[in-house]
Design a protein around this ligand. Structure first.
Ligand SMILES: *Cc1c(COP(=O)(O)O)cnc(C)c1O
Length: 394
């Protein structure tokens, strides 16, 4: 007998997107020393943690160093003080979620992928195209059938449900990575109604909810009917600069049932088996994000990124380039000018303006001919990159 590996891994398509971007950028830099390259392709935050968050992290570490306050294994679902703070945060924008429906985790990526553990292999998964690759690759690893809902210029990169399509598990991300497009309440309501009608479950990724500035949903639970069909993932990564600190949370309403099983109880059982929780200092830091002081401090960082996004978007407005995002999202998804392909535009921008972005086709077929810029960069660099882009395209 020989060990057999999960052959579903053979079905993963190797995505060279970020490797190719890095390789082409490095080659250009080597051939043109002294030229300043500006990177607007990064999907990672750059501003540091807020001061109250750092204080809480240190305080948590200090407590771990004293016999009286030392903590061993945390609760599987997260400390009560953090879950209560998260529930209060939801309440602050009018959404009712109870502290005992929240699971604290090390981030949204793990939960978005791991949630598949509680569903049978024989479910059809619907994702949008373009898409955050985690939903696709984790479904492939599980051997599930995947269908795509097209996002394009005609629908403003917002896909809507179709009753003739049978999907069991539906991944939605709003505001979206990579397109920056966000659902309205009415649009999200259509998905919720579809899921309830078809006994499907929506896996809703709200990682960018804190970037919403207009009157748009920041949680799927802001929509009536969502409590009987949705699970929500959220993260402090983009909200509060936790990409390197790691903390997220998942909400499963107590009344969500499928196939005779309670989804909260099933996920609890999964977590209790495979997960031993998030470290105490990190949970202290996360709770500090939701304090009044924490909220005002993280809002300063979010405002910085939002202003970068506005600067990029207003240049595209002037140039008459079609794009989505930028208003309720750190991402700007633009149509490559003059019918250029994604990689063609990447090379053009790199060679003529020394600006690096992300070719859209790395996120799915519908990304061909599109390009993603992000607002996570430095202000001066963003301003300079935008000036170069305007010079090049006007
Ligand atoms: C960045 C991001 C996340 C956050 O992942 P973490 O594991 O919490 O860092 C989740 N979903 C999307 C779509 C993202 O872009």
């Amino acid at each position: 007998m020989q060990v057999k590996i999960n052959r579903n891994f053979d079905n993963l398509v190797t995505n060279y997107l970020f490797a190719d971007v890095a390789r082409k950028t490095a080659a250009y830099a080597a051939a043109h020393p002294g030229e300043k390259i500006i990177r607007l392709g990064i999907g990672d935050v750059t501003l540091p943690l807020a001061p109250v968050v750092v204080e809480a992290l240190k305080r948590g570490a200090d407590e771990m160093g004293l016999k009286e306050t030392f903590k061993g294994y945390p609760e599987y679902e997260g400390y009560g003080f953090l879950r209560t703070a998260i529930a209060d945060y939801y309440k602050s924008f009018g959404v009712k979620v109870s502290a005992d429906e929240i699971f604290v985790s090390d981030g949204a990526k793990s939960d978005c992928g791991n949630i598949g553990d509680i569903f049978s292999r024989d479910n059809t998964v619907l994702v949008t195209d373009p898409v955050y690759p985690v939903y696709v690759d984790s479904s492939i690893m599980a051997g599930r059938n995947i269908i795509y809902a097209s996002c394009n210029e005609q629908n403003g990169f917002v896909a809507m449900p179709d009753d003739s399509v049978k999907a069991d598990i539906i991944y939605l991300c709003s505001p979206n990575n990579p397109t920056g497009a966000a659902f309205t309440f009415e649009q999200l309501r259509e998905w919720v109604d579809y899921a309830n009608r078809h006994d499907a479950v929506i896996l809703y990724d709200a990682a960018y909810e804190a970037f919403v500035t207009e009157d748009l949903p920041r949680s799927i639970f802001a929509v009536e009917g969502a409590r009987t069909c949705a699970i929500e993932f959220c993260s402090l990564s983009k909200t509060a600069g936790f990409t390197g600190t790691r903390c997220g949370y998942t909400v499963i309403p107590k009344e969500l049932e499928r196939d005779g099983h309670n989804m909260y109880a099933t996920w609890y059982r999964r977590q209790a088996t495979k997960f031993n929780g998030v470290s105490y200092p990190v949970q202290c830091a996360a709770a500090a994000v939701f304090s009044a002081e924490g909220q005002s401090q993280i809002r300063e960082n979010l405002a910085y990124y939002q202003e970068n996004a506005r600067i990029i978007a207003s240049a595209l407005d002037e140039l008459g380039v079609f794009y989505t995002g930028g208003t309720n999202s750190p991402y700007i998804w633009l149509k490559c000018p003059n019918g250029m392909g994604s990689w063609e535009f990447f090379d053009y921008l790199l060679q003529q303006a020394q600006v690096v972005g992300t070719p859209g086709e790395g996120f799915g077929e519908n990304g061909a001919g599109y390009f993603r810029l992000t607002s996570f960069g430095d202000r001066d660099n963003t301003v300079e990159a935008v000036a170069r882009i305007k010079r090049l395209l006007s």
